[in-house]
Design a binder for this molecule. Sequence first.
Ligand code: GDP
Ligand code: IMO
Ligand code: MG
Length: 424
Amino acid sequence: MRSMAIIGAQWGDEGKGKITDLLGQKSDLVIRYQGGNNAGHTIIVGEKKIVLHLIPSGILHQHCTSVVGHGVVFDPEAFQVELKDIQGSGVDVSPERLRISENCTVITFYNKLLDGQREAKGPIKIGTTGKGIGPAYEDKTTRKGIKLKDLLNKESLVEKLRDNLIEKEILFKHLYEVSYPSPEEEAERLFELGKLIKPYLCDTFSLIDHAIQKNKKILYEGAQGVLLDIDYGSYPYVTSSNTSAGGIYTGAGCPGSSVEEVLGITKAYVTRVGEGPFPTELFSELGEKIQQIGGEFGATTGRKRRCGWMDLPLLKYTVKASNITSIALTKLDVLCGLEDLKYCYAYNYEGREIDCAYPGIDLAKVEPLYRELKTFHDDFKTDQLSAPLKEYIQTIEDFIGIPVGILAYGPERSEIQFCKEYLH
Ligand code: GDP
Ligand code: IMO
Ligand code: MG
């Protein structure tokens, strides 16, 4: 297997960072292809905790080249902060090891301002990360986006920003009544940041193409999760990119090549941060307990993550929507020893029972149907799993029709069991 993808199979934060880091050991290239610094991917190495937002999670492996593909929306200031932070942890983030597409769309100050104002004053609150992600993707699709290569020429940058601001200015002045920098001021800020970024910029499309031709091992690192996908997710409570495997083809570019394995990452339960429907959400003390044991706080915003039971109709759907070929089941340790566990096996929806969600389903109106799950007490010290845990894993596999290839039972690199070989 020469290429594979890591995809969040829920609403994000499933443990993609940890798994990408581990499989990064076997990869030549680790590539981010969508999203931006709304992502927060945690890697724990001994006492060190590293949270990556824009930099791919292969960066800890010296032999591995990290690539930020053109589908990523890129905040140069956030990159500057992250770079300093990661370098401060002793990681080599030199331009030889990190390549960034010169064609990434830039997240401007205007994008961040608009995101914040909409969340604070708009008619619906999505609960975004406030990083300007949605407005930057809007700029891209309305063909007014600023590209990273534009930061290198101050004169043309001012012109592009002036054009970019025309409609937004009306919103800032008359709807939101906030102050904003002039195109000249914003160009100055971005131009200065451009100097830092310039050595990292290149044509990543050809870089990836050459790597494929040379039979290199490639790992595509998804951000967010399929349920936040702009097309497949719980719209409008989604992010603004294709978080499913489809995003790889447009956001990284793997011309003429296919992704051989799509590994979906799912927790043994479900979490969600931000607004939006969540059929199996727990409002009980048990939900609080899972939140606390699991340390369920957002890695980007620090917000409390909402917790709920494993939702198999949603998992079956994300497997189909993203062509997932195997699953990594994470955070099993969190459920260990807990009583009264459940999972959802079907929904009552519009007068019938269904076992798989679909695009546009109104998740606020489904009634989840549950089955009990036997308590398991595994300490994971050996490969032998308890009968109740085996039964849970078997239930999931039977339901979604693909194998569970990885079991994770703690944040550390070593707290993992591979039931399948990847990138061999
Ligand atoms: P990502 O966005 O998918 O990379 O996930 P996050 O890093 O946002 O959140 C996952 C959190 O769970 C991080 O704090 C990880 O260190 C942690 N984690 C990952 N796998 C496990 C696991 O199997 N058990 C426990 N207890 N924590 C885990
Ligand atoms: P990782 O990669 C969890 C959520 C936000 C909000 C919605 C839209 O760490 O799994 P946005 O700022 O993208 O416009 O917010 O998406 N969201 C995430 N939730 N993990 C993430 O990334 C997320 N990135 C965005 O909370 O509900
Ligand atoms: Mg995260």
